[in-house]
Write a protein that binds this ligand. Sequence first.
Ligand code: ZN
Length: 204
Amino acid sequence: MTITTIIWVSFAIALVAGYVVWQVFQFRKFEGKMLVTCPETGKPAAVRISVGRAVWAALRGRRQVRLSACSRWPERADCDQDCLCEIEANPEAHKAWSIAAKWFAGKNCAYCGKTIEPVKHLDRMPALVNLDKKTFEWNEIPTEELPVAFEACKPVCWSCHIAETFVREHPELVTYRPWKKSGPIGEYVASNNENKNAAPPKAA
Ligand SMILES: [Zn+2]
């Protein structure tokens, strides 16, 4: 094999690899769990798109964006997948992550009052607290139930969620101190008539 042939073969391989990468990049916008309004029921449904199949079809010159999962399956596995129209029109608006990030943006924690940190992938995810005072990370909720959860629950920051979860699961290990750190040297002091009968806090 001559040098010229090697160069041409290498160039062709690089060209094909570049085209594959470009196609993958084109369909990455469809990755992850998505929330749609089911055209059949008019209710929320969680779906996923088969990105691998879409890329493979594109490499063969065809466009084939289809669902790989839906919360209404297997009962309605034979539906026409009309929800794909709304997803293709604006994939970002249907991503569960985007919807959650938008909902938490600018909200304050129901416990500490601090502004909720921006939703980042796999990192200190914010939570919700329901009427039973139970906190849970937002991505533990089935995607199709997110609209109802966002309507009924309040936002909780990651730190408070961890603390509240520990208190709920290990109440025997928790010492509750209702006092505030308002003493001259920052010590705990009971406010006004609050907890007059409570025992003083132990020294650290
Ligand atoms: Zn908080």
